[in-house]
Design a protein around this ligand. Structure first.
Ligand SMILES: [Zn+2]
Length: 466
């Protein structure tokens, strides 16, 4: 498996330090608002990567943090009068709900910042002891960037350029303009935590380094195999994370750095100030979560993604075809046979997650299967291979994970669905009791809703007539 490493700017063969336990860490959400399409894109890219690593036979430990204490959270809590705990619990739950709808498999670990104070304080202390950090009169602790000869080696930026840029916000207490806060002293009534450096709050960059050290780091040259996140995090966040780990421990932070591109809406960068920040929960009102998944994964993860509804509809049509085939093969058991199609898909994804080849292979497989079944509806070998192929796609890409009949029910309100399901259950009872007059009458009642009924070996299903 080859993956593009943002630091060396090359595709590199993925070799975990410990072949029995690969590790992946991705910077997660700050839970003070609903998740938008940018969050969805990042979560989906690393969901696909984690599925791919596992499909290559590795055991993977995947961790994604939840930032549940920071200035934005405190501000929103103060403004709304909702406690920090209630606010962050609500948005953590909302985040999980949205990600579940997109078919994102939950990471193995989801450490919260508020549960990692001890590890953060320890890391600050280690950095002070090693003379890589210093305290100021105002009770802040800063990382001394000049003390780390490898600072800027992750982002590849030029030190002079950064000095000029950061001069604007220079703080008088800092030794160098590029130094960043590990701990921010708090002297008023706002929320603060006790520490050996006085009352305050940890710097945001510190959270990830401390969590990685606590939950994932082993004895090797690198704390973890892969560190991931959005391209906007490369500098300063990942640069600072790497510096903290390098200078407080015996290892570098990560062997591979992977970054996903931005999401633009109709050509413009998504932002709250532009009013084009697209919440996942809103998109889910009109589109099935799996359609959004299929669409958001349809361009290469490193390219910037341009969201527009026309392309989203085109994606839905492509995914519908997969579900129509799934319906055609409904009820057949998966023999888990290996096919040439599966080998080709794995090869494409192992080449830095080449999704355009992968999607083309899936389209081709669907078309070939349909043509084969049109010619010979009883072709057992074709059916066996296709069922295995669909299961393979479901497992590796998360497409086709729904019951195909229910997939096509998307958009029908819950009350109507419940009414139809009740009538279907009553009809099945009538059939069982051989009361055919009643079962026919119930059938007519169901058809009034504009749906088709299909009796299969797995039970009775219905779908909308298009
Ligand atoms: Zn991070």
């Amino acid at each position: 498996m080859y993956i593009f490493d943002s630091v060396t700017k090359t595709k590199r063969l993925f070799t975990p330090q410990n072949p029995k336990r690969a590790t992946l860490y991705v910077c997660g959400p700050t839970v003070y608002d609903d998740a938008h399409l940018g969050h969805a894109k990042s979560a989906l890219v690393f969901d696909l990567l984690s599925r791919l690593i596992r499909a290559n036979g590795y055991t993977l430990i995947y961790a994604k943090n939840i930032t549940d204490i920071d200035d934005k959270i405190i501000k929103k809590s103060t403004e709304s009068g909702i406690s920090i705990k209630e606010l962050t619990d609500t948005y953590t739950e909302a985040y999980h709900r949205d990600m579940d709808a997109l078919g994102v498999v939950r990471p193995n670990l989801e450490p919260k910042a508020t549960e990692s104070f001890e590890a953060m304080i320890q890391m600050i202390q280690d950095l002070i002891d090693a003379k890589h950090a210093y305290t100021t009169e105002s009770g802040d602790v800063y990382f001394n960037t000049k003390s780390d000869s490898k600072y800027l080696s992750i982002s590849g930026r030029n030190q002079d350029e950064d000095e000029t840029q950061s001069r604007v916000q220079s703080s008088t207490c800092k030794i160098n303009n590029t130094d960043f806060a590990l701990w921010k002293g708090v002297h008023d009534e706002s929320i603060a935590f006790e520490s050996p450096f006085g009352k305050g709050r940890p710097g945001w960059h510190l959270e990830c380094s401390a969590m990685i050290e606590k939950h994932l780091a082993g004895e090797g040259k690198f704390a973890i195999d892969i560190h991931g996140g959005g391209a906007d995090l490369l500098f300063p966040h990942h640069e600072n994370e790497a510096a903290q780990t390098r200078c407080s421990s015996h290892h570098e932070l990560a062997n591979y750095w992977i970054h996903n591109g931005f999401v633009n809406i109709d050509g413009e960068k998504m932002s709250k100030s532009l009013g084009n920040s697209f919440f996942i929960k809103d998109a889910l009102k009109n589109y099935h979560g799996e359609v959004l998944r299929y669409y958001l994964l349809s361009t290469h993860y490193r390219s910037n993604f341009n969201f527009n509804e026309e392309d989203l509809i085109a994606s839905k049509k492509r995914l519908d075809k997969l579900y129509r085939l799934k319906k055609r093969l409904f009820g057949l058991k998966n023999s888990e046979i290996k096919t040439d199609f599966q080998k080709k898909v794995l090869e494409a994804l192992n080449d830095d997650m080449n999704v355009s080849i992968t999607y083309a292979l899936i389209d081709e497989m669907i078309q070939n299967t349909n043509e084969g079944l049109d010619k010979n509806p009883k072709d057992k070998l074709l059916k066996r291979d296709s069922v295995a192929n669909l299961a393979f796609v479901e497992n590796l890409l998360g497409f086709g994970a729904q019951n195909p009949f229910e997939y096509f029910q998307f958009g029908i309100d819950e009350q109507t669905k419940a009414e139809i399901n009740t009538l279907i259950a009553q009809r099945s009872e009538a059939k069982k009791a051989k009361d055919f007059e009643r079962s026919d009458a119930l059938r007519d009642k169901i058809l009034v809703f504009g749906v088709n009924i299909m009796d299969t070996t797995e039970g009775t299903f219905w779908e909308q007539i298009k």
